[in-house]
Write a protein that binds this ligand. Structure first.
Ligand code: ATP
Ligand code: MG
Length: 385
């Protein structure tokens, strides 16, 4: 196989900005196929044609392209002649030796100067294949679909169309900082932001050496799953145990979790600024646990200036778990670990943190000093493919 055609969906709606989106998509496709002999990339009709220098395995190309955000679907195949009679022979030759119960032809013609329209190509090519192989035509759910694309100066055919992950190309929407915990929710939140075109950096708060390194290891195990979409990822590891000790020593017990979260948000905000990230992202969903009531989410929000995005806010746990299974993070997330928030957890955490009591509690803490301590002890790990 020497060629592939990639189709985008949402990008096609972008009007004047479309070339910008397509350029980003092409850049990401090149990145994903870096280890394969990709020679040319060019626009054809409403898609992008990829030409490989040597024949490549369909599986190798498919395995890489199916993770590139912005791709609606793609087909792996060959270039054909511009003359319908020759094209028919080429396609028939490519199908030689197959045994099929049914087939159909689907043509897209973006080159309106081509002498036959798409229905005529469907009909003529279909007839040629029936005459030659005697396979029945079936328009609904056939065993094989012959896809033909007639674009200006190029004709392409293939026998399969593979779904891409949709969305927008990573990087087109700017950069965000995701607070990732090693639980089920935050990886799904990060995935959703990547799917909307964001470059995602990660920050993880851990309580090593008070607790084991398990949560750090889990987060590091999740990173390669995200690298299928975004090649280079920065992970900030913040030691949080001593900061928690300080909160435990000086603040009322029911407020602890919200005070942890406000400190996490402040540290993450500073890291985000360093990275030129424009928002924080969390896996919070309204009402899921005591710390995620409307009042508490607002109390966390008020500790920082940067916006906090919560892409899972309206999803229930089952929906989130199903998404986690689909994107492959679930099995890692359910492994046993010790999250820093399990350390010094209060018996009765507040569900309605009031700003006045938080303000009071934070007066007894050196908020600036603790935030800076978090930043100073942060370790940055860079992952690149
Ligand atoms: P998750 O499944 O993502 O852990 P959760 O349902 O367990 O979420 P919480 O523990 O209340 O909910 O955490 C809410 C959000 O706060 C998480 O989704 C994550 O974005 C952030 N968070 C919690 N703990 C950490 C941590 N140790 N490091 C970084 N972010 C964290
Ligand atoms: Mg959690």
């Amino acid at each position: 196989m020497n060629h592939a055609v990639v189709h985008y969906h949402e990008i096609a709606l972008k009007g004047k900005n479309r070339p910008l989106f397509v350029r980003k998509l092409v850049e990401n496709i090149r990145g994903a196929l870096k280890d394969l002999p990709l020679r040319w990339v060019e626009g054809v009709g409403g898609g992008v044609l990829l030409t490989f220098g040597n024949p490549v395995s369909s599986e190798a190309v498919a395995e890489r392209l199916r993770w590139v955000f912005g791709i609606a679907n793609f087909s792996l195949g060959s270039l054909g002649s511009r003359d319908l009679d020759s094209l028919k022979q080429e396609i028939a030759r490519a199908l030689d030796g197959r045994e099929l119960q049914s087939f159909r032809v689907r043509t897209r013609r973006s080159d309106k100067s081509f002498p036959q329209n798409s229905m005529e190509v469907d009909r003529e090519l279909g007839k040629c294949l029936v005459d030659r192989f005697h396979w029945p035509v079936q328009l609904e759910d056939p065993e094989l679909t012959v896809h033909v694309e007639i674009a200006p100066k190029k004709t392409f055919f293939s026998f399969e169309k593979i779904a891409g992950p949709g969305g927008l190309p990573v990087g087109i929407s700017g950069r965000v900082m995701t607070l990732i915990s090693g639980g089920i929710d935050s990886p799904v939140a990060a995935y959703r932001m990547m799917q909307r075109g964001c470059m995602v950096d990660f920050v993880h708060f851990h309580s090593y050496p008070f607790l084991s390194k398990a949560s750090i290891e889990k987060v590091e195990e999740l990173i390669p799953l995200f690298q299928r979409h975004q090649k280079t990822i920065s992970l900030f590891l913040v030691p949080f145990g001593e900061i928690q000790q300080e909160v435990v020593a000086k603040a009322p017990e029911p407020l602890r979790v919200i005070l942890y979260r406000r400190l996490m948000a402040r540290i993450a905000e500073r890291l985000a600024k360093k990275q030129k990230a424009l928002a924080l992202v969390t896996g919070e969903s309204l009402g899921q646990v005591a710390s995620q009531t409307l009042e508490n989410l607002r109390a966390i929000e008020q500790s920082v200036e940067i916006p906090i995005f919560r892409p899972l806010i309206g999803m229930d746990k089952i929906e989130i778990e199903n998404s986690a299974r689909k994107i492959g993070t679930y099995e890692i997330s359910i492994q046993e670990d010790q999250d820093c928030c399990q350390l010094f957890i209060p018996k009765n955490p507040t569900t309605k943190a009031h700003w006045r009591s938080l303000e009071q509690a934070e007066k007894s803490l050196d908020i600036e000093g603790l935030t800076q301590q978090g930043i100073d002890r942060t370790i940055l790990k860079k992952f690149s493919c």
